[in-house]
Each structure stands twice: as C-alpha cells, then as structure tokens.
Ligand binder design. Structure first.
Ligand code: HEC
Length: 459
C-alpha cells in the first residue's frame, strides 16, 4: 500500500470514529427541560401562556411544564398548539409560530422519560415579556369607559362600543393593540377611529358606552345613543378599520410611515363590532387598547380589499352549503394596478374546512398567499408577509374555500346538519350562518416595496 493510500485510510478511519463518537454522545444526551425544552416553550408557548395573556394556564416555570408534559407533547403532536393554521410549507410569515418536527419529537421524548429537569443552572433566562402587552410599553392606554355586563344567557353578544378620549395635542398612531378584559369571552373586535374637529364636539365623553347590535335599531339611532355625532348633528371623520382582534392575534407593525393614523386631540375608538361568546354565568368585560405613537406623520395609508362575502368579488356558486355535503366555492378578482400586500386574513365560520388563495400573474407565475389545510374557527390570524408582497397589474387573485356540512365536522352547529347560507347584514356575524372572505391589506405599489421587511415587533 502506498503511503498516500495509507494516509487516506487513516483519515477516513479517524473521520468514521468521530462520527460514531458524535452519534453516541448525541444519543446519550437526554432531552431535559434545561437543555432543550425550556427554550422551545419560552419561544413558542410562553408569549401566550403567562400572567395576563390568553393561554389558560402559565408555561413559565419548570413545574408549569413538567406537570403537564404529556399534554404538551400531545397538543404539539396534533398541531393544536401553538395555534398556527396556515401551512408553513406554502408561505412563511412574519411572527409565525409553529413547532418543527424535531421540536415536537423533543417534547415527546421529554414527556416519555418523565420530564427531567436536567442541570437547573443551565435553564435559559426567561425572555423579557412586556406586562399587559405583546409589543412593549404603550404611550397611551384607552379603556372602556364602563364595565360591560355580560348576562349568563348562553348567547353570543354583538355590541357597538365607544371608547372616547381627549389628549393634549394631535398625534399619530403607529400601532394599536387590543387587550381583552374578559379573555375567555372576547371573540373578535373590529375597531375604527373617530377624529373630531376640536370645535365641533364639546363633550366627547357623554352618551352610552355600548349598544346591542342586530336588534333592528337603525344605525343612526345607535350612533345617537353613544353620542357619536358632532354637536351640530353632522358626522365626524371615521377612519377605515384600524384594529382587528382575534384570540392570539398580534397587531402588525408596519415600517415607519406606513399604515400610520392621525389621532386628533378629541376622538374615540369606535368598536363597530365586539363579539362575546356565550356564557352560562353572569360576567362582564372591560377591555382596553394599548396605543403606540409615531413620530412620523402618515405617508402611505393601508387599505383593505375584501373578496367574497360583503366584498368586491362574487362567490361562485352562491354560498349555500346543503345539509350533509362538502362543497367548494371560488371567488376571484383581477387587479387593475400593481399592489403591495401587507397581510391576508382568511375568514369562514364553523363549517370551514380548507382555504386557499394565490395570485396568477400575467407572466404565468403563481404567487402564494395563504393555504389552510385544517380550518380552525378559533384562530383567524392576519398573516403578515415577511416582506411586502408585490402583485403586478393584470394578476388574478383566486380564492377557494371548502365547507363541511356533514356530521363528520365536529364544529357543525347543527345535528342533524341543516342547509346553511351566507349571512346577511344582520346575521352575517353569527356563528350559525357562513361567510367566505379574504381580507387583503395593501397599498398601491411603489418601487422598492418588495424589499421592505415587516415584523411584529418594533425592532
Ligand atoms: C397564540 C397564543 C398561544 C400560543 C402561542 C400557545 N397557546 Fe396554548 N393555548 C392558548 C389558548 C387561548 C388556549 C385555550 C384553549 C383554546 O382557546 O383553544 C390554549 C390551550 C392550551 C392547552 C390546553 C389544550 C386543551 O385542549 O385544553 C395546552 C396543553 C396548550 N395550550 C399548550 C401550549 C403549548 C405547548 C404551546 C407552545 C408549543 C402553546 N400552547 C402555545 C393560546 C396559545
């Protein structure tokens, strides 16, 4: 054997031994709380599972996690937690939260071996979470003026709520974060901003705090009840939707100058709709909003485009889901100009099964928007693209939604199933009618938009 060959053999033998040693060490290293599990939990679970947040129990200490180790492994394996219905193989978004297969396996191994602590001095430090916020320290907190009573009648409640304020001077809002008072019952919130001209409204605080929606009362009368109109009876300025909340949703924070709102000295947050789930016992809510100011004035407002129900595009065939059937619907829109998409929000109710949206460009490319393989009514995120997504003029946005109105759907509100139709203005929001919607927040395209990163933090 030549020396050269021998050397090669030697190198190979050393290499193989190294691999084997690595393998045995890795094999032997048990998954413990301190070496693996704490990090996973702090990143993927604790943001919601801590004091004052939506998760129903804390996942902060070793004991919090170890006493539930089997349950954590189970919800991880079944992809129930962390809630993230979007298919991350289809699109990646800013602030996405899911567990990789490797992480799921670690949680399982850990639970199986009795949830060992490991070296307690090596537990990574708990990340700093702001109190009462997912974002940071707000510049202003606006709380509902009164406590809203929620009687124990087992019925959904939809309210119109006014949260008035007066501040020292006009300013700009960079981000608004909803903080539910009653975390179990608040299902969703859709809010607008009222901007009073200073002289046109003497007292912004008068009037009722809330009115029941969908009672047949005309909107104008509801507005009078909450004392929304200017003193001369005219309407104040009302922005488009500026805050949307669903459990677990993080508000998007756009780059400076994008999606900023003027906040006048006198004004109010108008919750056009706050939806409370049913409760068997009398309870109440007093929710609040964290407001984060912006130094820069608004340069580029963000708009909403709604496809499907209440939107600009027709649903084909019309949204009727016959009892006992699984049926797919489609809606499409052709873009006349280039747009820059920031977020997409798919919306269906309890019969939802799958959801798919993409754009087909004139050049024949497919741009992925969102794919949900297993619809979950409880988690309807505003999926924020990591970078602003340009869709060129002439593209067709296609949206497909499949609804399951069989008894195999555990969320079916009727047994036996009943034919379910698209809700009208009054019942659109109730969970026993259906909706098929894609809400796209966007701006007219400007050169360079596709290089702008968007995130869920101020950094
Ligand atoms: C976006 C917020 C959020 C995140 C992130 C999150 N959870 Fe949850 N979790 C909740 C809420 C809210 C509930 C209450 C049940 C519900 O509404 O489905 C819950 C319930 C649970 C339950 C009880 C499930 C049941 O069926 O009763 C477990 C176990 C759990 N979470 C574990 C985890 C683990 C483990 C992680 C991280 C891998 C995690 N959660 C991440 C919000 C969250």
């Amino acid at each position: 054997m030549s020396r050269k060959k021998l050397l090669l053999y030697l190198i190979f033998a050393l290499f193989a031994a190294g691999v084997a040693i690595d393998y045995f060490i890795l094999k032997r290293e048990k998954v413990t709380y301190s070496n693996r599990v704490a990090k996973i939990i702090f990143e993927k679970c604790t943001p919601c599972h801590r004091q004052g947040e939506v998760g129903i129990f804390p996942l902060v200490t070793y004991r919090d996690a170890s006493r539930r180790a089997k349950m954590l492994a189970k919800v991880a394996r079944e992809k129930i937690m962390p809630p993230w219905p979007a298919d991350y193989n289809y699109v990646h978004y800013a602030g996405e939260r899911y567990l990789t297969e490797k992480e799921i396996k670690m949680l399982e191994d850990w639970a199986e071996s009795g949830a060992p602590l490991g070296d307690s001095t090596k537990i990574p430090p708990l990340p700093e979470f702001p109190t009462g916020s997912q974002l940071g320290k707000p510049d202003l907190v606006l709380k509902m003026k009164d406590v809203i009573p929620l009687p124990g009648d087992n019925r959904d409640k939809f309210l119109l709520v006014k949260i008035p304020y007066e501040i020292k001077q006009d300013t700009f809002i960079r981000a608004i974060e909803f903080v539910p008072g009653n975390r179990r019952l608040v299902h969703h919130v859709n809010g607008h901003l009222i901007q009073y001209e200073y002289d046109k409204k003497k007292d912004v605080f008068g009037g009722e705090t809330f009115v029941q929606q969908y009672t047949g009362m005309p909107q104008e009368e509801m507005y009078k009840k909450i004392n929304l109109l200017n003193d001369d009876g005219s309407y104040p300025m009302l922005t488009g939707s500026i805050t949307n909340y669903l459990p677990g949703v993080l508000p998007a924070i756009y780059p400076q100058g994008i999606g900023v709102y003027r906040m006048s000295r006198k004004g109010a947050l108008l919750l056009k709709n706050i939806h409370y789930g049913p409760t068997p016992v009398d309870t109440s809510d007093q929710s609040s909003f964290n407001i984060f100011f912006s130094a820069a004035p608004p340069e580029r407002p963000v708009r909403d485009m709604i496809l499907g129900t209440f939107g600009i595009s027709k649903i084909e065939p019309p949204l009727v889901v016959p009892a006992g059937e699984i049926k797919t619907f489609h809606t499409r829109v052709v873009l006349k100009t280039d747009i820059s998409i920031l977020t997409v929000n798919p919306h269906m109710h309890l019969l939802g099964k799958t959801f798919l949206a993409y754009a087909l460009t004139p050049a024949g490319d497919t741009i992925h928007l969102v794919k949900i393989n297993q619809w979950d009514f409880r988690w309807q995120f505003f999926y924020t693209f990591k970078k602003i997504l340009r869709i060129p003029a002439g593209s067709v946005i296609h949206v497909y939604g499949t609804f399951d109105n069989t008894t195999a759907n555990p969320n079916n509100p009727f047994n036996p199933p009943q034919t379910i139709k698209e809700g009208d203005e009054f019942e659109g929001m109730s969970t026993t009618s259906e909706m098929f919607q894609l809400i796209i927040s966007y701006m007219p395209y400007k050169k360079g938009d596709e290089n702008i990163s968007v995130s869920n933090t101020f950094k």
